[in-house]
Structures are given as structure tokens and as C-alpha cells.
Design a protein around this ligand. Sequence first.
Ligand code: SF4
Length: 228
Amino acid sequence: MDQKVQEIVADLKAYLEYLKGMGIETLRVTEEKVEKVIPSEAPTLEEIRRELGDCKRCKLHRTRSTIVFGEGNKKAKLMFIGEGPGYDEDVQGRPFVGKAGQLLTKIIQSIHLEREEVYITNIIKCRPPQNRNPEPDEIQSCHPFLEKQIQSIQPKMICALGTFAAQTLLSTDAKITSLRGRVFELGGIKVLPTYHPAYLLRNPERKREVWEDMKQISAWMAEEDGGD
Ligand code: SF4
């Protein structure tokens, strides 16, 4: 919640307490009035990027070269969310451009989509040193920006790539092996966890399972397109 909304909520609470003190327990408020008090529009990706600025909210800012915000269709129906930038991403400022990224491009193309048609980002926007796993405080600091990106794009489906993306989005510590291929719901958005492309590069025998997951996504996409 941004500061302005917090102030409005605090004012409203104080006012309701005051009315309660006067014996008034219920209030009728029209939708129109609520609309005027609380802004309902989601922020644009440009606004979110501006708010992120030259972010120093966690220690990863000390070692990164570039913030990797994300890229793709601002109104994508399908989002891919990975773990964090690696070396190539840190240098280029773009998500999934190294070897794992090339594999992700192929995975996207396998369901007859191009990268430009989906939105691609990560749980954290800065590369951890030596590509180590993101730490809980780093995920926590960066997560509000991912939430805003999702709010802005309003995808129908999210494909969570790997353990950290799946666990963060679904607020669970379950292993990716038990989450993979299952469909979850997050505020009206379908979430399907699958293996991270970097894991697939090390374990190519797992590609078949990812292919099965992509078939599920493809079926949803066809259903969605039919429903439009
Ligand atoms: S990882 Fe996120 S919170 Fe941490 S410095 Fe980078 S942009 Fe900021």
C-alpha cells in the first residue's frame, strides 16, 4: 500500500471511530464515492520501474551491474517468472538472455509464442554474487515490485520457473518436484510451476516433464483465446 492510500485508510479509520462514538454503527457508501477515495488503477510498468529507481533496498545492489526489471508484452496473458539474473543478464540488463534464456526462448516457441508476446521477469531484479541462491531478505525486499508488475500486467497465467519462483509466488516451502505440473490459483491467476531452464541444462532428461507443462499452458491459452 503506498503512503497516500495508507493516510486515507488511517483518516477513514479515525472517522469511523468518531461515528461509532456517536452511536452510528453502519454506513452506506456508494461505489462512486469509494472510487473517488481509493485509486483503483494499477500502476504502469514505467511507474513501477521509476519507483524502483537505482534500488538499494537490499545488499545485492552492491555487486550488481544492472537492474534487470523484465521485458515483454505489457498486457501479456502469460508471464514467466524466474529466480534472478545471471552473468549475461546482469551485463545486458535483460532477463533470460544467457544459455538458460535461449532454452526458455525455445520453450516459449514450443507453444507457438514469441518472447515479445509474453512477459519475462524474475523474483529478484539483481544478480546474486557467483549466482548463489537468493536469500530471504533479498526476496522480501524485491517482492513488492514483482507483485506490482503482476498487478499491472494482469496475466491470466504465470509459469513459475524453478524452486524460488514457485515457493515465493505460492508462499510455500514445498519442493519444486512436488509443485511442478500442478495448477495453483493466485488471486484469480493460474500459476503453474515448472523446472528452471538452467536446471534443464544440467538435467536434460527432465525436459519431457516441462514439455508436458507447456502443453497444459498451451491448452489454457487456446481456451482463453476461444473465450475472448
Ligand atoms: S534485488 Fe531488488 S530489492 Fe534488492 S537491490 Fe535489486 S532491485 Fe532492489
